[in-house]
Design a protein around this ligand. Structure first.
Ligand SMILES: N[C@@H](CCC(=O)N[C@@H](CS)C(=O)NCC(=O)O)C(=O)O
Length: 208
């Protein structure tokens, strides 16, 4: 059975939500961030770091397979449950668009959010640059303005149905809200629309 190690509404939430969308059987293991390595539930514990060298979440295990990148885990879950439509049965062009948007989320949209996280709590004190916050706000504003131009004004990002890129977009805007970034009304609505899905609500309950 699939095991997913995760923490709260961090990037692991993408994967937890996807599992809930599919109905696949799985076990969710809360893995605490920023706790002492001696805590057996800590992402810094030596047992966990044997699975995930960086001591980060998420990690997915399934029958000897170990995956430690949220996007790879999302695609894997989607491929384990083709009937979920998280990866739609669609044309090459639709797939290419889905890949492009996934890449945009990871390389453009979430980077300023992660910059804020790194320079607020994740990096050692001596490597934090307070001025980074203004840069992060500027970069996020640029990324959302771009997305506003490239994302169609439809219910779903691609293929007229809910896919993994909708999870990625909604979870990333949720992250932006939690980190007090200025999220345009259109993307607040996107986040709210997709978070109303029963699978998202179940995942929120599990994530705690
Ligand atoms: N590229 C990885 C990044 C994973 C990552 O950085 N996870 C964060 C939580 S969102 C983490 O575990 N950070 C460790 C910490 O903050 O101590 C992915 O997308 O899965």
């Amino acid at each position: 059975m699939i095991k997913l190690y995760g923490f709260g509404e961090s990037r692991s939430f993408r994967c937890l939500w996807a599992l809930e969308e599919t109905g696949l059987p799985y076990e969710y293991i809360t893995t605490k961030l920023r706790t002492e390595a001696g805590d057996p539930a800590s992402a810094q514990h030596s047992d966990y770091r044997r699975l995930n060298v960086q001591g980060k979440v998420p990690t997915l295990l399934n029958e000897g397979l170990v995956l430690t990148e949220s996007i790879a885990i999302l695609y894997y879950i989607a491929r384990c449950a083709p009937e979920s439509g998280l990866l739609p049965n669609a044309s090459m062009d639709v797939y290419a668009r889905l890949d492009e948007l996934s890449s945009f989320v990871l390389t453009e949209l979430e980077q300023p959010l992660w910059s804020k996280g790194k320079h607020t709590f994740a990096l050692p004190d001596e490597y934090r640059i307070p001025q980074m916050m203004e840069t992060a706000k500027y970069e996020f504003q640029k990324a959302t303005a771009t997305l506003d131009r490239i994302l169609p004004e439809s219910e779903f990002a691609v293929a007229d149905s809910f896919t993994l890129v909708d999870i990625l977009l909604a979870q990333t805007f949720n992250w932006a809200i939690r980190f007090n970034f200025a999220v345009p009304a259109r993307f607040l609505a996107l986040r709210n629309r997709h978070y109303r899905r029963p699978a998202a609500q179940r995942a929120l309950n599990l994530a705690g």
